[in-house]
Design a protein around this ligand. Structure first.
Ligand code: NAD
Length: 419
């Protein structure tokens, strides 16, 4: 595990955040030692026949950080940079996120190091099915429940469901969340993360006494989380002045047409070539003057190098781990109001929890019920975090981590150490 820590900036960052919060909570030394490391980390080879007849062996991961509060839960990422350290960091953040939202889940994450944009549908399906077969003994509705993350979607979830079900001999809808509604998914899951981000932006604006109808926003990443965030921000009357994806960004100080952008990405694989606004780079996008910045792509985008040049008032972290520790310090001094990832993007796992409950009960909810539940849980968590940050005179990230970690540590004391 020592090499895992030193090999990955993301894991080093997650552990450091944990240590800062654990110190503030005055946690027991033995509890700290246990929570610094995942319960289990799996690395699997995923041999996949490509369309040209050759076989490529991809590397897949599933890291289960902690299941003291319930079955492991966490997304599966397909991206070239996926590695054991990054997946371990994401799994640890899932533990704190589920705990902060009060969900009966532990934290896990998985992924395959690949570029899904360069694989055909058949190759993606073959790789997904083999990856599922390799991890089938460690997932399941009562054990570990994957969901979509960057580079995966509802189709990938159905391939996982089908492969797992073929091995079990019967259909097991509760093995994954983020499924299409026809396959035991829940209404409102696809939109849940972006919607949640924007509910919390509204809460933050009320706290800061900002008039949202006069605000501007920029969004980095125009996939599931980024595009839904842009749509929901626009519904509140916020002007979206910049968006980007991995091919670059577009900027218009008068506002970009969100419907037009959505239509463009429905007909094209990426934003590249989009006819709206002026082209800008991802680095420029982050530094645009705006009221609200939503990073909704990769981790470690806001660093000690560029944080000083950010001009937003609210930073709503749709992505996981977009802000480094050095950047946090700078943002604190600049009084940027940060809605930290484990709070801001928790809408996804909250509605995944609703989906899992519905699958286990074979009883399905209306969209109104889903939205009401999502808002209730997120708003409560936001105010708990805000109250603690004011009481302890900390930033929102440290307060959110403290609440998430404290619940896990308390459960560990109840359960004790086996044997
Ligand atoms: P996605 O695959 O649907 O979209 C990712 C987007 O990011 C794409 O538009 C892609 O082009 C863009 N991107 C990739 N590399 C980039 C780069 N270097 N610069 C700028 N943009 C880049 O993924 P998603 O599900 O929207 O996830 C985005 C982030 O949100 C991830 O950090 C993920 O962990 C986090 N998240 C997702 C969910 C969920 O429910 N999907 C829940 C919680 C957190």
């Amino acid at each position: 595990m020592a090499s895992l820590e030193s090999d990955s900036p993301a894991y080093t960052m997650a552990v450091r955040q944990f240590e800062i919060a654990a110190k503030r909570l005055d946690l027991d030394r033995d509890v700290i030692a246990r929570l610094r490391k995942p319960d289990r980390a799996y690395i699997v080879s995923v041999p996949t026949r490509l369309d040209d007849g050759t076989v490529h062996v991809f590397t897949g991961y599933r890291v289960q950080h902690n299941d003291i509060l319930g079955p492991f839960k966490g997304g599966i990422r397909y991206h070239p940079d996926v590695n054991l350290g990054e997946v371990s960091a994401l799994a640890m953040w899932m533990t704190w996120k589920c705990s902060l939202a009060g969900l009966p889940f532990g934290g896990a994450k998985g992924g395959v190091a690949c570029d899904p944009t360069r694989l055909s549908r058949q190759e993606l399906q073959a790789m997904t099915r083999r990856y599922t077969a390799e991890i089938r003994n460690i997932i399941g509705p009562e054990v570990d429940v994957p969901a979509p993350d960057m580079g995966t979607n509802e189709q990938v979830m159905v391939w996982i469901l089908d492969t797992y079900s073929q091995h079990r001999g019967h259909v097991v809808p509760g093995v994954v969340t983020g499924k299409p509604v026809e396959m035991g998914g829940t209404v409102g899951r696809r939109e849940a993360t972006g919607r949640g981000v924007v509910y919390l932006v509204a809460e933050a604006a009320e706290h800061l006494k900002l008039d949202l109808s006069r605000c501007t926003a920029t969004v980095q990443g125009f996939g599931n989380v980024g595009s839904v965030s842009a749509v929901e921000l626009a519904k509140l009357g916020i002007k979206i002045i910049g968006v980007s994806d991995r091919t670059g960004g577009f900027y218009d100080p008068k506002g970009l047409p969100v419907d037009g952008l959505l239509q463009y990405v429905s007909q094209n694989p990426e934003l590249a070539g989009c006819p709206y606004g002026e082209p800008i780079s991802n680095a420029e996008l982050l530094e645009l003057p705006c009221d609200i910045l939503v990073p909704a792509a990769l981790g470690m985008q806001i660093t000690g190098e560029n944080a000083g040049r950010l001009k937003c008032r609210i930073l709503a972290e749709g992505a996981n781990g977009p802000t480094t520790l050095e950047a946090d310090e700078i943002l604190r001094q600049k009084q940027v109001f940060v809605i930290p990832d484990i709070l801001a993007n928790a809408g996804g796992v909250i509605v995944s929890y609703f989906e899992w409950v519905q699958d286990l009960q074979n009883l399905f909810w209306s969209e109104t019920e889903v939205i009401r539940g999502l808002k209730r849980i997120l708003t409560k968590a936001f105010h708990e975090v805000l109250d603690l940050s004011q009481k302890e005179k900390t930033d929102m990230r440290l307060a959110a981590l403290m609440i998430g970690i404290r619940r896990v540590a308390s459960a560990m004391h109840w359960r004790g150490l086996y044997p």
